[in-house]
Design a protein around this ligand. Structure first.
Ligand code: GLN
Length: 198
């Protein structure tokens, strides 16, 4: 039986260190001993209880995961938390994707890439979520434009969905359009509690 709790952070680019540190801090707040490790190879995937996919560039993340032969294995990870580009990776439908871009197609959401415009249109804002208030950083963020009724909405910004979750059988997925790893541990604590059902 596997005893050590282990959460991986996909570590090709984006906020890898920030996610690792925030997940470690969240585990500490919950008094849990969790190994938080960077993930760059397919062999590691089967040792994980959960994977966090950071923001970055969803087209690049897809290509790198394919190159490392991890893409198909990632579809079978039980618990995934995706932020920004990571949220795009979880979506079944994506607007404005590049012609060869693929996603893991795990959540019943439709997401619009770069929906707020260019990099210079990035912004920060305090938002109220079901988990509490959080200062949110949107960096060339996507916008969730449609969700099926099985998806639970956790946060809105001016009426637009910016965080949501879906449980499908024993699998759990959490998506945020912004970067919670930069400002708070509340999303990571919530994810950890879902993963370990505490
Ligand atoms: N614009 C990026 C994409 O399409 C996402 C930006 C981010 O992750 N901060 O993948």
């Amino acid at each position: 039986m596997k005893l050590q709790k282990t959460i991986g952070v996909l570590a090709f680019h984006g906020d890898v260190i920030e996610h690792i540190n925030t997940t470690k801090n969240a585990a500490k707040n919950l008094h849990l001993d969790i190994d938080v490790i960077p993930v760059r190879t397919k062999e590691i995937i089967q040792t994980l209880d959960a994977l966090i996919i950071p923001g970055g560039e969803s087209t690049t993340l897809h290509k790198l995961c394919e190159r490392e032969g991890m893409w198909e294995k990632m579809k079978h990870i039980k618990n995934i938390f995706g932020t920004c580009a990571g949220a795009i990776m979880l979506a079944k439908q994506v607007s404005h994707k590049t012609h060869d871009q693929k996603t893991l197609e795990l959540m019943d959401i439709e997401i619009d890439r770069n929906a707020y415009g260019r990099q210079t249109e990035s912004f920060e804002k305090n938002v109220k979520t079901s988990l509490g208030n959080i200062h949110s950083v949107f960096i060339r963020a996507p916008r969730i434009i449609r969700v099926k009724k099985e998806v639970n909405i956790l946060a809105n910004n001016d009426g637009e969905i910016i965080a949501c979750e879906q449980k499908i059988n024993d699998n759990y997925y959490l998506a945020a359009c912004f970067h919670p790893e930069l400002t708070s541990t509340i999303f990571h604590e919530y994810f950890i509690r879902k993963v370990y059902q505490i």
